[in-house]
Design a binder for this molecule. Structure first.
Ligand code: UTP
Length: 275
């Protein structure tokens, strides 16, 4: 059983400046709910109730969001407006929330390593909350947690993407071992379309086994002089097994303005409860 989930949220969100100058991009609302809450709800649905955040300077709003706001609660208690707090109250009741800080932005691998104390010596989920995933039945993490029970190794979520955008992603090279499941042989970060080993792009959902921490520690800085999670996962794949899972559902890249607008329209039309 996987119980824990890590949310690296230390990034600057430069693509959303000036909105993200003093506000975390994870708090940008998709309709009426901050991006990060969608990710936390997905983790809780998968049974991952111990939520750890790797934050940085200027990210206090995230901690406040998952804490009681006494003044607000007091003000609207008993009024018709109380219903607007239902979803976040529900999340707070189901989950426990811990925070640690990444002191320097040294890449996703470094952010994961910073979360080591919170995750401990057990397999855990990772959510990059700027990827908003919408699924008809189970959420992506729930699908992956089920798969973990069977395979007991690190799992990366992937989706098929068209050739024109493949250069924006990490791309896997793998051997299909079952429907929608691939054993990874190689991964390439942001390849030109002509060099891409497949059309299967890595998205922001992972299940990682705890040996990943030592692997990250011994991984040298890669692209942009940052510790890349992909480099560590490649080492893990070569010495053992890492699976890629083509999940059932749809993903919106809310780290980009276009993806964010697309997600907002989709949620407004299909998920938001209109009153
Ligand atoms: P991104 O590169 O997509 O996020 O990192 P960013 O840096 O905030 O966005 P832009 O490019 O400046 O607009 C993917 C995820 O990894 C986290 C980010 O918070 C984001 O959720 N991250 C990345 C960290 O927590 N620490 C890091 O050092 C790097």
């Amino acid at each position: 059983m996987i119980r824990k989930c890590l949310f690296p949220v230390a990034g600057y969100g430069t693509r959303f400046l000036p909105a993200t100058k003093s506000m975390p991009k994870e708090m940008l609302p998709v309709v009426n709910k901050p991006l990060v809450q969608y990710g936390v709800e997905e983790a809780l649905e998968a049974g991952l109730t111990e939520i750890g955040f790797v934050t940085g300077r200027g990210k206090r709003a995230i901690a406040d969001h998952f804490d009681v706001s006494y003044e607000l609660e007091h003000q609207i208690a008993g009024s018709a407006k109380e219903k607007y707090l239902t979803s976040v109250r529900d999340v707070m009741a189901k989950g426990s929330f811990s925070f640690t800080r990444q002191s320097e932005m040294r890449g996703l691998g470094d952010a994961i390593l910073t979360g080591r104390r919170l995750m401990g010596d057990e397999a855990f989920g990772v959510v990059l909350s700027d990827d908003l995933c919408v699924c008809e039945e189970e959420g992506v993490l729930a699908q992956m947690a089920n798969l973990y029970k069977q395979f007991r190794c690190s799992i990366i979520a992937v989706q098929e993407v068209p050739e024109e955008v493949i250069h924006k992603f990490g791309v896997i090279d793998g051997e299909q071992i079952k429907d929608n499941i691939y054993q990874i042989n190689h991964m390439v970060e942001k390849p030109d379309a002509k060099d891409a080993p497949s059309n299967l792009a890595i998205i922001g959902r992972y299940i990682l086994t705890p040996d990943i921490f030592e692997i990250i520690e011994s991984t040298p800085p890669g692209k942009n002089d940052e510790l890349q999670l992909t480099d560590a996962l490649l080492t893990q794949a070569k010495s053992g097994c890492v699976l890629a899972y083509k999940f059932k559902g749809r993903r919106f890249d809310c780290g980009s303005v276009a993806g964010f607008v697309e997600a907002t329209n989709y949620v407004y039309e299909n998920i938001y409860t209109h009153e």
